[in-house]
Design a protein around this ligand. Structure first.
Ligand SMILES: Nc1ncnc2c1ncn2[C@@H]1O[C@H](COP(=O)(O)OP(=O)(O)OP(=O)(O)O)[C@@H](O)[C@H]1O
Ligand SMILES: [Mg+2]
Length: 445
């Protein structure tokens, strides 16, 4: 229950206002002067004050004091028309709003309600920002759910060693980012983080990318080139989409990892390898091993430590913080000043199932920030898809659900048609034939 402090020297008005706000469910404190108010204001959520007050300090002086010490407490001023100039000055000094006397109570209540809503939203956003600040100091990855905390514990422990890591997870869950974080947390952060997408590059090119080549190794090899294994010496080699690698290439990679040596394409000299290997895939790599699509021996070499990133829908606690994180990222990119997301929009973002995971959320927020004019992202700024879906309950069965719905429609149609099946079929827009078919199938007799 929110607490309001009302500062008003007119005792009768003070009483009316107090009773009114109490009847609306607020807790109310009263004060007859600014001096009296000064003793009470830090403990309240909002202050309503008359501008003209007896004593040395008026409402403007009180406002100044509050804004200096507790700027987050909204202040609403009341004033007679004569001092409207003061009221404008007050707005510049940070008053939430002012209301002209005489006013009706409902109008005042609307202002108060809005002020309280905004300040609670602002507080929530502040809290998220503080939490993000802590995250940025440690790493760039937003981590909030127990599942991700556990992963980060593991990451901190294994980052310092040189063991190979295999990261699995659906597309957009943060595999590439996590590989980077592991590198940054490891003693190898002084070396390079070298990343290659094994599925996007044709096989022969992949080989020369990874191992390098000697001059004249093939047409076009006009000079010698170092491969990524060499570039990543003392650092980390990130093999993205590892399951897209051909079996022949897998064999060469295995040799390199096992012997810790490579040969450039067209070269004779053995070059020692010192790169930590992190691989990632969004495929079910164990299934590929079973099918013979991925070498088992290579799999075991890579899968020394396995990290499975859960899909975003399984760690929804992370969504508010991720949203805030992306808002700040895209504020910077688009020169915007969006503060946060309002309640309705956040609820939608928290319930959606995010098939494209964090990347999809990131795209949705970028778009919302880019088109944003107000301080908060609202429902209108989000794409329709976020609203057009149903949260599935445990043990949901679509066929059963649809059958039940169908039964209801058929029953209603039969009642309306007075038991005439032909007519009922017509009412439902079905052929008589299909009607009879469903009637029997759904056991309607
Ligand atoms: N926990 C997180 N905190 C902050 N940003 C994140 C987080 N997880 C993912 N992202 C961001 O979301 C985007 C997608 O993540 P990333 O590219 O790492 O996913 P991925 O699993 O590698 O996807 P793909 O399978 O398509 O390669 C990136 O911009 C990344 O920075
Ligand atoms: Mg990736």
């Amino acid at each position: 229950m929110e607490k309001i402090l009302i500062v008003e020297d007119d005792e009768q008005l003070l009483e009316i206002l107090s009773l009114f706000f109490q009847s609306k469910g607020y807790r109310v404190e009263g004060a007859g002067s600014a001096e009296e108010a000064l003793e009470k204001y830090p403990m309240v959520d909002l202050v309503i004050s008359d501008i003209k007050l007896p004593g040395d300090m008026d409402g403007i002086g009180l406002l100044e004091r509050i804004k200096k010490t507790y700027p987050e407490i909204p202040v609403v001023l009341m004033t007679a028309y004569a001092s409207v100039g003061d009221a404008v000055k007050a707005l510049k000094m940070g008053a939430y709003d002012y209301i002209l006397k005489p006013f009706d109570l409902e109008t005042l209540e609307i202002v108060v309600k809005k002020a309280l809503e905004e300040s609670s939203l602002r507080r929530e956003v502040e809290e998220l920002r503080r939490e993000l600040g802590a995250i940025y100091q440690e790493k760039r990855m937003v981590v909030k759910s127990p599942a991700m905390e556990k992963i980060m514990d593991l990451v901190r422990r294994i980052a310092i060693s040189d063991v190979n890591v295999l990261i699995t997870g659906e597309s957009g869950t943060g595999k590439t980012l996590l590989a980077r974080v592991i590198h940054d947390l490891s003693p190898r952060r002084k070396g390079k983080f070298v990343s290659i997408n094994c599925a996007a590059i044709p096989e022969n090119l992949l080989e020369s990318e990874l191992f390098g080549y000697e001059r004249g190794a093939f047409t076009g090899a006009v000079s010698q080139k170092r491969g990524l294994f060499e570039v990543a010496r003392g650092g980390t080699l990130f093999l993205d989409e590892i399951s897209g690698m051909s079996l022949a290439m897998q064999a060469k990679l295995l040799t390199a990892i096992q012997e810790k040596k490579i040969r450039r394409v067209g070269g004779y000299d053995e070059i020692e390898v010192d790169a930590r290997i992190i691989a990632a895939t969004n495929q079910d790599i164990e299934a590929l091993v079973k099918e013979g699509q991925f070498r088992e021996d290579l799999f075991y070499r890579l899968d020394v430590v396995r990290i499975e990133l859960p899909p975003l829908r399984k760690r929804k606690q992370e969504i508010p913080l991720l949203v805030q994180h992306f808002i700040e990222e895209f504020n910077r990119k688009h020169g915007k000043n969006v503060l946060g997301v309002d309640k309705e929009a956040l609820t939608a973002l928290e319930t959606y199932y995010w098939p494209g995971n964090v990347r999809e959320l990131q795209n949705v927020i970028e778009r919302a920030v880019a088109i944003q004019r107000g301080p908060y992202i609202t429902r209108e700024d989000l794409p329709e898809k976020v609203f057009e879906w149903k949260d599935l309950e445990e043990d949901f069965n679509l066929e059963e659900y649809l059958d039940n719905e169908m039964r209801k429609f058929m029953k209603s149609a039969m009642v309306k048609a007075g038991g005439d099946k032909k007519k009922a079929a017509e009412l439902l827009g079905l052929s008589y034939r299909s009607f009879r078919y469903y009637w029997k199938k759904l056991g309607m007799e």
